[in-house]
Design a protein around this ligand. Sequence first.
Ligand code: F6R
Length: 609
Amino acid sequence: MCGIVGYVGPKSCGDLLVDGLRRLEYRGYDSAGLAVHDGKEIRVVRSVGKLGNLVSALKERPLAGAPGIGHTRWATHGRPSETNAHPHVAGGIALVHNGIIENHLHLKRQLMEQGVKFSSDTDTEIVAHLVEREVRAGHKLLEAVRRALAVVEGAYAVAVLHKDEPDRIVIAKNASPLVIGLGEGETYCASDIPAILPYTRTMVLLEEGEIALLTAGGVEITTLKGERVDRKPKTITWNAAQAEKSGYKHFMLKEIHEQPRAIEDTMRGRIDLEKWDIIDSEIGIDAAAAADVKRVYFIACGTSFHASLFGRYLVESLSGLPATCELASELVVRDPVVGPGDLVVAVSQSGETIDTLAALKAAKDRGARILALANVLDSAIPRAAHGSLYTHAGPEIGVASTKCFTAQLAAMVLLAVYLGRRRNVLSTDRAREVLQGMLEVPHRMRDVLSQDDSLRDLARKFQHAKSFLFLGRGVSFPIAVEGALKLKEISYIHAEGYAAGEMKHGPIALIDENMPVVVVMPRDRTYEKTLSNLQEVKAREGRTLALATRGDAEVGAIADHVFYLPKVDAMLTPFITSLPLQLLAYYVADFKGTDVDQPRNLAKTVTVE
Ligand code: F6R
């Protein structure tokens, strides 16, 4: 999730582009760069790290002129470095990109066979070379970009300059956002509204599969197939703070709603739809090593630990391997029996958690193979691991993890299917069921998120409770525990997550008419038993909220409140059941007026033991 900004008009645009990038830093910030046409040629300045580094580099090498494009990067392919920073240059072309090119390996191989030399490890540079090839073949920039994108599969928003056409920027989009801002004799573009809001409130949103020619006089939009598009500009009424959160009140709420996209991006380019398999190069452990694994050992903290609990179910069920799950801070204080034959999966959205890093080192010293599962490219945990499997959730700003959690769940499905296939224990039919189910998950998630209002109503009813209990069995157990953690983190209400079968062994003593009990009970093989637990809670006057599958009349007759969920494969219900619990926590906290995005005493990256 990178940030793009562009300007064409009479002003010298260096400072304006930096200003736009500053407003987009929340989209990612491991490197940044500008390309500006100075009237004769395109000049580029790039730097690694925060935007301040680019500002320093621009003091030494100022860029004057227009048009110009800028980019702030959140790495997905190729580590954060100056050579991997955008804009990427090929001949007279400079290009910035946000998204993931799925067929990058294939395209790169083709271009190399044609003699193209690459100077970065990015998928983006491939698109720059594709455009340049078309320009060399005699096409004008607009047509060249259209032709180049015809062979590109994946998600992208691109903005492109050409040395010989100094009055224009060409932009195009498929699945990654781009907005166009219309000024008086000047035109802007950006990944998101806040970047250009100080300059204009008149905006046109580019839609999927569209390409636009920006000049100082305005914009001409066509589809990638060449059909003309007439779209009326909108006037944006948000203030700057609202715009940064896309109009949501908090980053956490925005990130909850970004989950379908985070799952799509995490799966993008990794599934072979013909063989119903996972593409080898995408998992961080090669096929031979995968076939040799004897046990999978997840290590993690907090929310990542809850994702790992789900990972254990997946690995056992889909790969037939024994799997275990350990809190990183506990592993280091024992004499863990871990070593050769173990695949230790260190799960961490930040990739920097010191406890997880310490546990990783302990396991590595004992001879285990380490796979990092992280959201931040080239962070400490991936660097210390033998291989990495990245989630592509984009930067998460709310301290309480939401989209990184469900993206971790998605990565674990890919890993479990991969291990199952390489060990020849997972049939193509079952792999197809699971992967097809995964491809439908984002749609089912959107269905749940569209019922946001009814969760706010439920939260209003429960906001004054002093303590909550969350119950679930099987794959719903990790979700119950995670639901309790979300609630306590941001609303400061005490909450416990329990395996439903454990209720009778203790927590049942807590239940009375003041105690809300949230029961996660989609229709799966644990359903009947969990239904009995629900009855036990009701018999003790507990206030119940059940999450159940649509059409489940039995639950409706027992629970005080039911939130109905769309049906998905029984193994994949956590993607769906997580969402109402995140929204419940969010709205309870918002009613209480807590600092949702930065709850007290918590930090996004925990680098103390
Ligand atoms: C809770 C949360 C934390 C983190 C934990 C580990 O919402 O985000 O519990 O999951 O601190 O962090 P990572 O995943 O960065 O290792």
